[in-house]
Write a protein of this length. Structure first.
Length: 396
């Protein structure tokens, strides 16, 4: 258990800020608060620092590249502080989940961040002058909460019949341990294509079934189109194993059933696939916010935030992480949501009647961005060669 600089434990603890979650979002906010001199901070972590990353399939790598160019004011895309770099720590461009978790743990140690592990927050209640937070061990009152609980604990299970018969890709520890051949992956964005790459590399035949054709998408927002890293890997396996990977776009799955032979996956267009291996769901994650859900306003399944990433219902309740949406800009990558660490920290400083002016270094390094029209980039499309899917029987 990592515990640094914690205030003495009493029956009822009072601190200026509680941050829930010790992933990149929670730790990044605590670092920004530190830079502003806000010291009465407690980070509560349900499990261990970086635990979401530690749970990734062993082979999975970060798609956003790491590169140590920090001294030239080009901070490593995956860094949570302008003076740190996962690339510098591990000497690689695409860290694994384990490596990124180790980077987060090293950051906690280096900056002596006030993290208490094994503290799952079970409830957050609004009280007269702030919030009351409960874990099995602690009761804490605070005027400021940053919810940074991430999404990894909330895999998105689609609503079609039989979805529960499938296996979400976040439950895979290593693709080496997936037995059988003729594998169906439902979902064709980053995690589906990552799974397809690793399985084809292991000699398996794979069909990726997707509502649209994400591999052809050249949307300017990198949240919407495949990363160059994944695109390159998929093109590579399509070239090396032309009969092993089928990318089946416009294939909406409507039902999965199981019998003694295996699984039948049926599509809206009337096609169906039979496979002996439990189909893989690569359908992403939901905006979680579980214990604080009712303290936020929701619109169309998305939490609503103020211009300072605060709840519109309860002043003092902030959000940091990938569920942030502002003016239709998504903040689903670390380099995006870290742009708001300074915004959240400045708003908390203002509430604590401290100096809330932007810190020049944070602004220069992209850790305090208020222009919310920033999510644009350009990507090229993969040419789908649509090779025949050899080992999964099509039963039309
Ligand atoms: C397979 C995969 C690959 C990805 N690749 C990339 C990539 O290449 N680049 C990139 O930028 N992003 C990537 N992402 C997205 C990135 O992982 C997330 O955006 C990031 O983890 C979000 O950070 P976070 O701190 O909000 O959440 P997390 O990293 O999930 O941290 C949240 C923490 O909160 C804790 N927590 C949750 N609930 C509670 C509670 N009730 N009480 C106390 N603690 C709680 C959790 O235990 C966890 O440690 C990827 C995601 C996945 C799943």
């Amino acid at each position: 258990m990592i515990v640094y600089c914690l205030p003495p434990m009493e029956d009822l603890l009072r601190v200026d800020v509680v941050i829930i979650g010790a992933g990149p979002a929670g730790l990044g906010c605590s670092l920004s608060l530190r830079r502003r001199g806000v010291e009465s901070v407690l980070v509560l972590e349900a499990s261990s620092v970086g635990s979401s990353f530690a749970a990734w399939p062993k082979e999975m790598r970060m798609i956003t590249p790491s590169f140590h160019a920090n001294p030239f004011l080009q901070t490593d895309l995956n860094a949570i502080h302008p003076d740190t770099s996962p690339a510098d720590l591990h000497g690689c461009e695409h860290p694994s989940g384990e490596q990124y978790a180790a980077y987060l743990q090293a950051s906690v140690q280096h900056f002596t961040l006030p993290v208490k592990e094994n503290q799952p927050v079970s409830s957050v209640h609004a009280i007269t002058d702030g919030f009351r937070i409960e874990t099995p061990e602690l009761t804490i009152e605070t005027p400021n909460v940053v919810w940074a609980g991430g999404e990894f604990s909330q895999p998105r299970i689609p609503e079609f019949e039989g979805a529960a018969l499938c296996r979400h890709n976040s439950t895979i520890d290593s693709w080496d341990n997936l037995n059988g051949d003729g594998i169906i992956i439902i979902g064709g964005y980053e995690s589906g294509m990552d799974a397809a790459f690793h399985l084809v590399e292991r000699g398996k035949a794979v069909a990726v079934l997707s509502n649209g054709e994400p591999w052809l998408n050249d949307h300017p927002d990198p949240s919407e189109s495949l990363s160059p890293y994944t695109r390159g890997r998929i093109l590579d396996v399509l070239h090396r194993f032309p009969k092993k990977l089928a990318l089946q776009g416009n294939s909406e799955v409507v039902r999965v059933t199981q019998n003694s032979d295996g699984y039948l996956v049926e599509l809206a267009n009337g096609k169906s696939y039979r496979t002996s291996v439990q189909p893989i769901l690569a359908t992403g994650f939901r905006s979680a916010l579980t214990p604080v859900k009712n303290l936020f306003e929701w619109d169309n399944g998305q939490p609503v935030f103020t211009e300072q990433d605060q709840s519109t219902l309860h002043a003092g309740l902030f959000y940091s992480g990938p569920s942030l949406v502002q003016r239709l800009s998504k903040f689903c990558f670390i380099y995006k949501f870290r742009a708001r660490f300074g915004v959240v920290a400045a708003a908390i400083a203002e509430r604590l009647e401290l100096n809330s002016d932007p810190i020049a270094d944070e602004v220069a390094r992209g850790f305090h961005i208020t222009d919310l029209e920033c999510c644009t980039d350009c990507e090229c499309a993969i040419e789908s060669t649509a090779p025949e899917f050899a080992d999964v029987e099509v039963v039309d």
